[in-house]
Ligand binder design. Structure first.
Ligand SMILES: [Zn+2]
Length: 126
């Protein structure tokens, strides 16, 4: 259950996640009484906020692994996560993020267009 590099806690796996600094963050995937909890020791994670490390690893993103030797650990936690609603919620988040990106682009284009019209002038229809 525990990987060679994941420090074992009770019924859980620690996975080291890449960070913006050289020091990796530790994301803990713990199971207890049929539930899975995921925590991270990064700044956001300390405040119990959802961070990019939790999201990436829960989604199975190998690029987030600090140590490639933990691929097996990632496979194990994914087998747990797939049996929860977290996978569905992450998929829903991706759809929402995509929509957000599109909306932001649309807002930006419209503002540019309106700004140009206001600067250059536009015909008043009869
Ligand atoms: Zn984090």
């Amino acid at each position: 259950m525990f990987g060679s590099n994941g420090k074992a806690k009770m019924d859980g796996i620690n996975i080291l996640a890449k960070s913006s600094s050289n020091e990796p963050h530790t994301v803990y995937f713990g199971t207890n009484k049929g539930k899975i909890v995921i925590s991270c020791d990064c700044q956001a994670g300390i405040h119990r906020q959802l961070c990019k490390h939790k999201i990436a690893l829960a989604a199975g993103d190998k690029a987030m692994l600090y140590d490639v030797a933990q691929e097996n650990d990632l496979t194990t936690i994914l087998s747990w996560i797939k049996k929860t609603k977290i996978s569905d919620l992450l998929a829903e988040l991706n759809v929402a993020l995509h929509a957000e990106t599109e909306a932001k682009e649309r807002v930006s284009k419209l503002k540019k267009k309106i700004g140009n019209v206001m600067n250059e002038g536009m015909a008043i229809s009869e």
